[in-house]
Design a protein around this ligand. Structure first.
Ligand SMILES: [Zn+2]
Length: 508
């Protein structure tokens, strides 16, 4: 099977043969290969159906390419994993990381609602809106978007992109994905085969044969190892299935992540790689999410950087900045510029870094949105300068308000009105009414009677949608400050429209 496009593979060769006593195996040709295997017994009942894949061995010339001044980059992403939930649910992985050189970031804050607006800053250095107005304006493909892996490719790296979710892929969920295969190694064609042919749905995750799609994602990483060792490599792995939906699910993935890190360390991949173990945001739905703690954790995803110890000796100043940023407010915009610094590794030398740090300190309040973590994040950085919407900012102090407070009631009514405005062009979406105001919070500027912010969570009808948002009061006017989030699942309530911007608000 080979990739024709994002949504179709071509079958190059197919055949049937009998596994008689004399022929217990079938030899497959060498190279990159996707195989669908189905076995039948004498009664023509299917007894085995699965998809397997092979990667070619690195070309001998490539094996020389790994140079001392090149650093590979690996992003291991786990969707919807809050930092706190990582510590709760993945103790084996957390304990293993403690033995390796690493920086754990405690001030990493999401910038947008869901995966896409948090990942475009990482992969493109742009907000989702900037991407949609710019390189994705024609909505036909992301081929012309300057994705980070293209920049690494241009610098002589090999590249890989793999996600475990076929349906809600970062660039594919209600979006067009790529026309050309985006990276040298690409898992999607394998997942396509599994999704449509051998896959079984198990609630919010899928299996093929006896393994979950998330395990297939790791299988890809294991099979890629010779390439990771042979030449500089930029790889992006993203896991969504299960972790996206269940609070306890990361517990089931803990041993696999510990094993993968052990493997990467044991094979010396980590000796030549900066690895980011990270998430995009915390859990977005459900009972835990809708507690005060869950609401705060949603804004604070996991981010840990693992690095080879020789970096400390080679780039002492840059690495000391990386460590001192462990408690700074950081975002995926910062990660983008940080990874770009890897492309010009020699420029992380003390002299250059000192000059850049000096220039940064003189910018005062005109700070750039993304700052390399190899530089000291200035103290004056706040959510606004970092590109974090107030709604998602962890720096605020919230105090509870009574639901009966007229300001809370006004904010709730305003939010419902705003939702109705968002869906006003969709005649199939029903107009919503306020069913109940669940909670309300006043932001820290409580003493200012003229200008203040109120966060509310409420239920609407019909459809029982649960929504959360922040409204800003200025004199007698009201405005939204950030997105309106849906904090309970909407299943297929919005089946009548195909628009990822507003599907969470639409009850058909
Ligand atoms: Zn996400």
């Amino acid at each position: 099977m080979t990739r024709r496009n994002e949504y179709k593979n071509d079958c190059k060769l197919s055949g049937k043969f009998s596994l008689r006593r004399s022929q217990k195996y079938y030899e497959v040709p060498a190279g990159e290969l996707i195989l669908r295997v189905q076995c039948y017994n004498e009664k023509h009942q299917s007894i085995y159906h699965d998809v397997h894949f092979f990667l070619p061995a690195p070309k001998p010339a490539q094996e020389q390419q790994q140079q001392a001044d090149r650093l590979s980059v690996m992003i291991l992403g786990i969707d919807s994993l809050a930092h706190m939930n990582f510590l709760r649910m993945m103790p084996q992985t957390a304990a293993y990381i403690k033995q390796l050189p690493h920086v754990e970031f405690w001030g990493y804050n999401r910038v947008g609602l869901n995966s896409f607006p948090n990942l475009t800053p990482l992969l493109l250095g742009q907000s989702d809106e900037e991407v949609e107005r710019g390189c994705y304006a024609n909505k036909t493909s992301f081929d012309h978007c300057p994705l980070l892996w293209q920049q690494f490719k241009a610098a002589g790296y090999n590249t890989s992109f793999a996600e475990d979710s076929y349906y809600i892929g970062t660039f594919n969920y209600l979006k067009s994905g790529f026309r050309q295969q985006p990276t040298d190694f690409y898992l999607r064609p394998v997942l396509h085969e599994m999704h449509y042919e051998s896959g079984q749905s198990m609630g919010k995750f899928r299996c093929t044969g006896n393994r979950k799609f998330a395990q297939v994602l790791h299988e890809f990483a294991y099979k890629l190892t010779p390439h990771l060792l042979a030449a500089p490599h930029f790889s992006f792995f993203w896991e969504t299935e299960g972790v996206h939906d269940y609070f306890n699910y990361p517990k089931l993935r803990d041993a696999d992540y510990r094993r993968l890190l052990q493997h990467l360390n044991g094979t010396q991949v980590l000796q030549r790689t900066l690895l980011l173990l990270m998430a995009d945001h915390g859990l977005r739905f459900g009972r835990y999410r809708n507690t005060y703690q869950g609401m705060q954790e949603e804004n604070q995803p996991l981010l840990i950087a693992l690095y080879p110890s020789w970096l400390d000796a080679a780039f002492p100043l840059a690495m000391s900045h990386l460590r001192s940023n462990a408690h700074s407010l950081v975002t995926t915009f910062d990660l983008h510029v940080t990874l770009k610094d890897i492309l010009l590794l020699p420029l992380l030398g003390d002299r250059h870094v000192a000059a850049r740090a000096d220039a940064l300190s003189k910018l005062d309040s005109q700070l750039p949105r993304g700052i390399s973590l190899f530089l000291p994040i200035p103290q004056q950085r706040d959510c606004q300068t970092a590109g974090i919407l107030s709604e998602y900012c962890s720096c605020h102090k919230l105090s509870s308000m009574a639901s009966a407070d007229p300001r809370a009631q006004r904010a709730a009514q305003y939010m419902v009105k705003s939702i109705n405005k968002l869906i006003s062009n969709e005649p199939l979406c029903q107009r919503l009414r306020l069913q109940r105001l669940e909670v309300a919070y006043l932001y820290d500027s409580a003493n200012n009677q003229r200008e203040f912010e109120v966060k509310v969570r409420l239920f609407t009808r019909p459809g029982g949608g649960q929504f959360e948002g922040t409204t800003r009061f200025l004199d007698n006017t009201l405005a939204l400050n950030g997105d309106i989030q849906r904090t309970n699942k909407y299943g297929n309530q919005s089946y009548c429209i195909q628009n990822y911007h507003i599907e969470m608000y639409c009850y058909c």
